[in-house]
Structures are given as structure tokens and as C-alpha cells.
Design a protein around this ligand. Structure first.
Ligand code: GLA
Length: 732
């Protein structure tokens, strides 16, 4: 069993192939966190706790005159609130008597095989290949009778632990949960760097690394989506850790709404990490007997730096998170109409683009925004999901058949969560959107957000989406969401429940996605929120791929895809070749470079194929052939970041290596040039040291060790040129 309880020492030990996680119930019933890291032999680590009298750190009543016992100092597994631990808390409950406190002590536990259940929320699942064991520990507050159940599922072989928390109101009065963190972890020192991925629309997930300093560092979203600004994935690592070595811990929140991750370095140089739903705008009303399930956090630890940590997340998310049958299938090569036509199209224009795309080797045509309702610009039409026959004269089914007749599959863009004020839907149901009584709602991209906390709105959307999907041969859906939430109030719910709307919205969204996706298992769903504004594990449960960014500039994409690769598998990252000058940055890069960069994800095109020359189309066809040849390595192999953005070497490089280490693809883009440059060498990673390899197109034979330690000479290149090489093991 990967989970064990030792009665004599009252310790709980969770074990994966390479890690140990230890907790201990102390003499008063509080649950202490003792260790998470490299695997160690069974031993009670209680000796690490060294009691000291700490001024101004209060002592629980049961400690009597012992001034050395304080919850303010001890490493907690799930902290109390209002009872002497002043650090960031795991929970804030407003009790039935108006007090805000929670003092949880262990009252029981259970261990079982399999994973815990999550109600209405996405989560990592067990496949027949995995051994998963679960521990549930119940903490109860004796006064309020509020119970917190801490749940841990251990994916032993994959070196991952998932955690969540369930709150049960066992008392006799209603309570409000004002803060509930899905996990907390206390470390006994503060020698850490904090890594997170911040950004903005069209420039998402830039890696930021800062040393932890006294006080609190945090990242969050209060926008109603996981957001472009911060991603719900963070790493804590030792200051010397890098791609190849050093301790690092990953925390990944499987949720698509508001979140908060706080890292606190306390007065005694200890570190606390908490991760959960953002308490801002959150308050959940719980009647006696009711319970609340928090979303889960996925933890992983690597003693060999970030590459290994990423591989662990990639493997788990590829195999145990994305439910779609497409997860394990080669994705069709898509051409998307957005950057080709924006709103200005009719069926003739689109069919011409599709026709030319066939010549390029494209397999699926995606009709983006503008095909429905009155939608000639972004200020109207959302909510009216019936085809615009001014643009598609004979309707959607007829248009799809024409696309199919060209030998292409067909995909459709939708933005189901939104409504335009200028739409029939809004005119008939103005109460269906989020807005505050007697106040004009704040607009975003001219549109309002539908109130998905309402079951009637969800059911309406399920029916309308399903009828579109069933009315034509649609094989791909791009599910978009193009603004963040404001005026979060629902006319449907009473006063006590208004603090639940953000969360109920996300539950409503997950419910819709379930109903639509499970009834259309053969459709490939791609997530999107103005590009990567909702690129999170929660969404990946429903969509096996996500449009990574509205920025298609190959050079900016290097940074965006670099940051995304830390926590997300490469075959979830949609990446398209577009035209130059680029529509977002006006930069010009060679077509080859755009192809090489887009191959570091799910390759597609987003351009007007009728404007490409014969040679350019031929080049695209060659890109597609290369991509298909390497697909098994790119989609299912191990990923190595060989450089980081703004490295002094003047290029960005990365590498995909097949799991058996017999094949690899290394790619490099020259980002800066200098006069009379020194020779640079690209050192590969992940190869078998003693194995011999050939680099295709080159006559030499090299050992894996040579390629990794001495490297390959980087060719002379102009700025923004790209170079790619295929490395294959010699058969013995
Ligand atoms: C968002 C998406 C784009 C495109 C537009 C259409 O911005 O990210 O790819 O679909 O919406 O309005």
C-alpha cells in the first residue's frame, strides 16, 4: 500500500516510487506536516519538531502551562483559523454563532484503494495501469462540529499525489465558508525560489523566478477564469535548482475559475504554501448536513530539476486527465479562418481557402467567429446560435458537405458562455446574464457573461449546442470565452448564495461541457479564452487541446510555449503558422521558422491559403510531412528545454525525445545576432549515453554522451532563422 498509518507513532506515510510524504498526529490531536521529498526509509520524523518558548505565539488551552507549544510555529498539514496560527490559513468559517474560527483535530481516518470522488469537478483519474491508494483524514472542530476531510490519492508509479478537501457542516446551524484552500504545506525552512507563469492577453505564461522573502508572495485570479495574467501552476525549488538538478515541487490546481496561491515566509524562516479557490468574492453557505467539495491540487516532486518535474506532469496529464479519445490519437492538421478573414467572409471565400488548403496537406477546416446570428463584428450576435444565411447561403449542413467533398473535415467556433446585448437571446432573457440589480452591467468586448450558475441557462445551452453539433457533420469544436467576469450577481439565487456565483458558474460550465462532450465523444474539442486565458488542468479534463495564445508571432510564441511546457504536455498546446508581417507584432519571420515553432505543439495553420504562392504551399506541405513523421516523439515523448528566453547564447532550443530514447528531434531558433559570433554548441539531453546515434543529413555517428556533453555545432544563421535535426539510434 502506498498509504500507511503507524499507530505507535501516529504517523501517516504516503509513498510514491521516488517520494515520501509524512504527517503526524501530535499529543493533542493536531495534524503536523513533517516531510515531503526524496524517498526515505520509514522513520518517525517527529524529532524535527524542537519546542521553544516563542514570544507572542499563543498556546492552545490544552497545552496548559507549556509555552513551547504553539500552532503559530508548528508545521501544520491544514491550519486552524482564529486560534493562534497567524500565518495564512487553510480555512475561514463564519460559524452559526457569528464567530470566525476553526480548530480542527484528527477524529479518524480511512485508507482505501482507488481514488477519492470529486463532485461535479474535473480531476485526475485512475486508469487500469495505475495503482492508486487514498487516505482520508477527518479533522473536526469540537465547538462548531464543522468537519474537514483531507483527501490524498497517491499515484505511486507516476510519482504524483492529488489532494483535496471536503467541508461538512455537522453542526446544527448554517455556516459560511469564506475561505477554503485545497491544500496547505508547511516547510521547515525557506531556502526556496518561487516560480510562476504570469502574462497578459497575447503574451501568456512568462516564467518568473524570485527568491522567497519575508512576508507573503502570491499569484491569483479574481477574473472568473484562471486567466492570462497568472496560471494555476507554480513551482517551489531550491535556489540552485535548474532544468537538470535540484529539488523542486510542483503545485497544479485543477480548476478553471478564481484561484489563489500564497507562499509565506514566516518569522522563523519557515515556508507555508496554500492553494485553492480565491477567497475574494467567495463565500459558500452551508446548511447543517451539507458538504462542499473543493477542487483538487496535483503535487509532484523532483530531485532532478524542472525537466523531470515537467515529465511527471506531462505523463500524468496526458494519460490521467484528458478524457478525450483524441488524447491518444494523431490530431488532424487544421486551418482556421480567423486570421484569414476575421468577420468578412461568405461561403465562396471560405471554400476557396479550403480548396487551396487541401493542396497544402491540411486535413480539417475550422470556421471561426462570424458564422451565426447577426455577427459582422464583435458587438452583436452572441447567443443566437443559428447560422447566418447571408454568409452561408444554404445553411451549415450544406456548407459542411461542401467542405467534406473537398476531402476535409469540418470544425466550428463557438462562444456559448456569452451574450451580446444586441441579440435575440438577450432581448428575450435579459435576466440570464450576470449583472447587478439596478446597475448597468460592465461590458467586455461589448459582451456580457451568461449566468451559468442557473440550471435553466445551462440546459438551454446544452440543447442549443447539441442541436448545432447534431445538425451537420462537425468533427472539431473550438470552445471560446472572450471576456472576464464582472457584476457577479445572480437574480436566480438568494442573498446567502451570492458569494457562490463565481464557483457555481464554473460548476455550471463543467456540467455543460460534460453533457456536450460525453454525448459527442467523436468530436475533437479545443479550449480557448482569447487564446490562453483559460489554459488550466480543469479545462484539459474536457478539451484535450487548448489554443495557446492569440499571439501567433513565432518569436513571442517561443516564450509563451516555453512557459506553458513546464506544467502542460506538448500535445495539448495548439500552435498555428500565420502570415507575415504578423498580425499581432508586425514582425516578419521565415515560413520555415513559423513551422518549426508551431511543431512544438499541435501544428495548424491560420492564414488565407489563397494568398500563398505555389512555393509557400509546397513548403507548408513539407512541414506537415515532417510533423507527421515526428508526431509520435513530439506528442508522446519527453520534452527538454535546452535554453531559456533571453539566454546569452542568442537562440532558443528545445528537444523531444521518444520514451525509448531511440529518436529525438532538436529545434533551434536564432533570436539574436552578433557580428563575428563565437561558435556555439547545442548540448542535447535525454539520450542514452552509451548508445550511438546518427543525425539525419549528416554522415557522422556520435555516442549519446558526446551529443549531450560536447554537443552539436550550431550552424551560422540569420536572425529568426530556424534549424531542426532528427537524431536516430543506430540499430545494433
Ligand atoms: C478569440 C480567439 C481567437 C478568435 C476570436 C474570434 O480571441 O482566441 O482565436 O477565435 O476570439 O472572435
Amino acid at each position: 500500500m502506498a498509504v500507511r498509518y503507524f499507530e505507535e507513532t501516529k504517523t501517516f506515510i504516503l509513498e510514491t516510487k521516488q517520494t515520501t510524504y509524512q504527517m503526524k498526529m501530535d499529543q493533542y490531536g493536531y495534524l503536523l506536516h513533517l516531510y515531503y521529498g526524496e524517498k526515505i526509509k520509514d522513520q518517525d520524523l517527529g524529532y524535527l519538531i524542537q519546542p521553544k518558548d516563542r514570544g507572542f505565539s499563543p498556546n492552545p488551552h490544552e497545552a496548559g502551562n507549556d509555552r513551547t507549544y504553539s500552532l503559530d510555529v508548528l508545521p501544520q498539514e491544514f491550519s486552524s483559523d482564529g486560534c493562534g496560527d497567524y500565518r495564512k490559513s487553510s480555512i475561514e468559517i463564519k460559524n452559526g454563532d457569528g464567530s470566525t474560527s476553526f480548530l480542527g483535530k484528527v477524529v479518524g481516518h480511512r485508507i482505501y484503494s482507488g481514488k477519492y470522488e470529486l463532485n461535479g469537478l474535473p480531476g485526475v483519474f485512475q486508469t487500469e495501469k495505475d495503482t492508486v491508494d487514498t487516505l482520508e483524514i477527518c479533522l473536526q472542530d469540537q465547538a462548531s462540529k464543522v468537519m474537514v476531510i483531507l483527501c490524498y490519492s497517491v499515484f505511486e508509479e507516476k510519482d504524483m499525489i492529488t489532494r483535496t478537501v471536503r467541508v461538512k457542516n455537522n453542526g446544527s446551524k448554517p455556516i459560511y465558508i469564506n475561505r477554503i484552500m485545497s491544500m496547505m504545506m508547511d516547510f521547515m525552512d525557506a531556502e526556496f525560489d518561487f516560480i510562476h507563469f504570469n502574462g497578459r492577453h497575447t503574451m501568456e505564461r512568462n516564467m518568473t523566478r524570485t527568491p522567497i522573502s519575508s512576508g507573503v508572495q502570491s499569484i491569483e485570479s479574481s477574473r472568473g477564469a484562471s486567466s492570462h495574467q497568472h496560471n494555476p501552476f507554480v513551482i517551489m525549488c531550491r535556489p540552485t535548482a535548474d532544468e537538470d538538478q535540484g529539488d523542486c515541487y510542483g503545485f497544479s490546481f485543477v480548476y478553471s475559475g478564481n484561484f489563489l496561491c500564497e507562499i509565506e515566509k514566516d518569522q522563523f524562516d519557515q515556508t507555508r504554501v496554500v492553494f485553492g479557490i480565491n477567497p475574494r468574492g467567495f463565500s459558500y453557505y452551508l446548511q447543517p448536513g451539507e458538504s462542499f467539495d473543493a477542487p483538487e491540487v496535483v503535487l509532484s516532486y523532483s530531485d532532478q530539476g524542472f525537466s523531470k518535474l515537467s515529465h511527471q506532469y506531462h505523463d500524468l496529464y496526458r494519460e490521467n486527465l484528458c478524457r478525450s479519445s483524441y488524447t491518444h490519437k494523431e490530431r488532424p492538421i487544421v486551418i482556421n479562418s480567423w486570421e484569414a478573414t476575421y468577420f468578412d467572409f461568405d461561403d465562396k471565400k471560405l471554400l476557396n481557402i479550403a480548396k487551396e488548403a487541401v493542396d497544402m496537406g491540411v486535413e480539417l477546416f475550422v470556421l471561426d467567429d462570424g458564422w451565426f446570428g447577426k455577427r459582422d463584428s464583435d458587438d452583436s450576435g452572441l447567443g443566437d446560435w443559428s447560422v447566418n444565411t447571408d454568409k452561408l447561403k444554404n445553411g451549415l449542413d450544406d456548407f459542411v458537405q461542401k467542405i467534406n467533398n473537398l476531402g476535409l473535415k469540418f470544425g466550428l467556433w463557438m462562444e456559448p458562455e456569452m451574450v451580446s446585448e444586441d441579440s435575440d437571446l438577450y432581448r428575450s432573457h435579459p435576466e440570464w446574464c450576470l449583472k447587478i440589480k439596478d446597475r448597468k452591467p460592465t461590458r467586455g468586448r461589448y459582451q456580457l457573461v451568461l449566468d451559468l450558475s442557473r440550471k435553466d441557462v445551462c440546459d438551454y445551452l446544452i440543447n442549443s449546442i447539441n442541436s448545432i453539433l447534431d445538425g451537420a457533420n462537425i468533427e472539431y469544436v473550438k470552445w471560446d470565452m472572450n471576456r472576464n467576469m464582472t457584476d457577479v450577481w445572480s437574480s436566480y439565487h438568494g442573498y446567502e448564495h451570492q458569494g457562490e456565483i463565481f464557483h457555481r458558474y464554473i460548476l455550471g460550465l463543467y456540467y455543460i461541457l460534460d453533457q456536450v462532450i460525453l454525448t459527442h465523444p467523436d468530436i475533437l474539442f479545443c479550449g480557448c479564452a482569447g487564446g490562453g486565458g483559460r489554459f488550466d488542468p480543469g479545462m484539459l479534463y474536457y478539451h484535450p487541446e487548448i489554443w495557446c495564445s492569440d499571439n501567433t508571432d513565432a518569436i513571442n510564441r517561443l516564450n509563451i510555449q516555453y512557459g506553458t511546457s513546464f506544467g502542460y504536455p506538448i500535445n495539448t498546446i495548439e500552435s498555428h503558422v500565420s502570415v507575415c508581417p504578423n498580425h499581432q507584432t508586425a514582425r516578419t519571420t521565415p515560413l520555415n521558422t513559423r513551422g518549426v515553432v508551431a511543431m512544438d505543439g499541435i501544428l495548424g495553420y491560420e492564414l488565407d491559403s489563397t494568398k500563398l504562392s505555389k512555393e509557400q504551399k509546397q513548403q507548408c506541405r513539407e512541414q506537415i510531412d515532417i510533423y507527421k513523421k515526428y508526431y509520435h516523439i513530439i506528442a508522446y515523448g519527453d520534452y527538454y528545454r535546452l535554453t531559456k528566453p533571453y539566454d546569452a547564447c542568442g537562440y532558443m532550443a528545445w528537444q523531444h525525445v521518444s520514451k525509448d530514447r531511440k529518436e529525438a528531434v532538436a529545434s533551434l531558433v536564432k533570436t539574436e545576432v552578433e557580428s563575428n559570433e563565437p561558435q556555439k554548441y547545442l548540448k542535447l539531453k535525454g539520450l542514452e549515453a552509451d548508445c550511438f546515434y546518427k543525425i539525419l543529413g549528416n554522415d557522422g555517428v556520435y555516442s549519446g554522451k558526446v551529443l549531450m556533453k560536447a554537443g552539436i555545432p550550431v550552424p551560422v544563421m540569420e536572425q529568426y532563422e530556424a534549424w531542426q535535426c532528427h537524431i536516430v539510434a543506430l540499430e545494433v
